[in-house]
Design a protein around this ligand. Structure first.
Ligand SMILES: Cc1cc2nc3c(=O)[nH]c(=O)nc-3n(C[C@H](O)[C@H](O)[C@H](O)COP(=O)(O)OP(=O)(O)OC[C@H]3O[C@@H](n4cnc5c(N)ncnc54)[C@H](O)[C@@H]3O)c2cc1C
Length: 407
């Protein structure tokens, strides 16, 4: 039986471990944390992400946990429109744009549960194992944490933006800050504040380089809504990560977004420090030369943020990780001999695709959060100049992906 070690139990790693195990591989999943924890916050899944889930046989897991995101447009802090939503042709980065169906939003914990349910008995889960770059062998697929060495035919690097495996295999690649920090949170259903009637359940607001987006995850357990429910939001501001403890960060967020239209201050007031996750926003540069590295008769595959972390403005990182997994599963499906040709094919399919989405993502971030932080008025003019529909096109180009064998 073929063996695989998957390093990192984020969205990409858990999906990869399940996909390989369901197709007959014996899989070991290594995670540095002491248990498999879902990420906090919510994720927008575009049609390409849903298509990848379908390819993996996991799309059924979205039943009852996914809430459609209709076109939301873009507002100024005073609530006036910078860009009005147009049904079927959105302009906000969260809008459906020219793609065939609207994106959906899911609670990361709900998606995690669906993926865990998709892991088979073939997956041996090892927690509290932190793979060290120095323990990644180039001549034969093997990784280790300094105490134990794990060998396999295939090692899948799903260990995120600071990937230890990538550092060893693609040392020229590193994370470059985009000059922004982002916070995400989900306010659980039982703490949702009373909001003025008639407010849309989703929104995006920009000013002076600051951006706030929010999306309703529905009622807890409501049919067609998220299992956990709540309201998710993401705030992005220029600057480096904040060193304050979470309560101090929350106080800053409340100050920065004070006076913005409802429900933004209300959502921040209902958020608790423990709800917050802070992330640096940036990209991997240059992208690794290859996402598949041969080693002996086996090799390594880089997936997800380990291969192509990028700014979150198009909300595509997790969708691309799922595309990676669906593609890897497809290219490995009928391999009998050495894995080298399949890994080359994986890289041939995935690297150009990730490069294109990274470029679209840069365009979206330059329009939505230009360096220097434009005021609402200047932002309105810039968005006007950015026509025809730069954001739509960026979003649509990112979301178009026909399936595991398309590049
Ligand atoms: C603010 C924000 C909003 C976003 N919104 C969206 C969105 O709406 N839609 C979307 O598609 N994407 C979105 N993204 C991107 C998305 O979150 C990421 O692309 C995705 O989570 C990457 O998943 P991953 O599995 O590759 O990596 P990760 O989720 O980072 O998982 C890596 C795992 O590896 C483990 N690990 C790390 N190092 C080691 C080691 N040395 N040894 C063992 N284990 C290790 C970690 O503990 C972790 O469990 C957003 C990102 C941000 C910052």
């Amino acid at each position: 039986m073929r063996t695989a070690v998957v390093v990192g139990a984020g969205i990409g790693g858990i999906a990869a471990a399940g996909a390989l195990a369901r197709t007959g591989w014996q899989v070991t999943l290594l995670e540095r944390d002491d248990r498999l924890r879902p990420g906090r916050g919510a994720l927008v899944l575009w049609p390409n992400g849903v298509r990848a889930l379908r390819g993996l046989g996991l799309a059924g897991g979205l039943d009852g946990i996914a809430t459609p995101v209709p076109p939301v447009g873009i507002r100024r802090p005073d609530g006036q429109w910078l860009v009005r939503p147009v049904a079927g042709a959105g302009t906000g980065a969260l809008d459906g744009g020219d793609v065939e169906s609207p994106p959906v939003v899911v609670h990361r914990e709900d998606l995690h549960d669906a993926f865990i349910a998709g892991l088979s008995d073939q997956v041996d889960i090892r927690n509290a194992i932190e793979v060290q770059p120095a323990r990644v062998r180039r001549e034969r697929p093997a990784v280790g944490d300094g105490r134990t060495t794990f060998e396999a035919d295939l090692i899948v690097a799903a260990d995120g933006v600071q990937s230890a495996i990538r550092r060893r295999l693609a040392p020229a690649t590193s994370f470059t800050s985009g000059g922004f920090a982002a916070w995400r949170a989900v306010i659980p259903w039982y703490r949702i504040p009373d909001l003025p009637p008639g407010l849309p359940p989703h929104g995006e607001t920009l000013d002076g380089g600051h951006r706030f987006t929010f999306a309703s995850l529905g009622e807890r357990g409501s049919s067609g809504g998220s299992t956990r429910g709540g309201i998710s939001w993401v705030a992005t501001v220029p600057g480096a990560l904040r060193p304050e403890p979470p309560a101090g960060q929350l106080a800053l967020l409340r100050r920065w977004f004070a006076g913005w239209h409802a429900p933004i201050p209300q959502l921040l007031a209902a958020t608790e420090p423990d709800d917050l996750v802070q992330d640096p926003i940036g990209e991997l540069a240059p992208l690794p030369e290859t996402f598949g590295v041969r080693a002996g008769t086996g090799g390594y595959a880089l997936i997800g943020d380990a291969a192509h972390a990028m700014p979150h403005h198009l909300a595509q990182g997790a969708c691309l990780a799922l595309e990676d997994v669906a593609t890897l599963q497809a290219v490995l499906a009928n391999v009998r001999g050495p894995l080298g040709p399949a890994l080359d094919e994986y890289s041939r399919l995935r690297r150009p695709r990730a490069t294109r989405v990274l470029q679209q993502s840069r365009k979206a971030s330059a329009v939505l959060q230009p360096r220097g932080g434009l005021t609402s008025r200047a932002m309105g003019a810039a968005l006007g100049r950015a026509n025809p529909r730069t954001l739509d096109r960026a979003a649509a180009a990112a979301a178009e992906w026909a399936g595991p064998t398309s590049s």
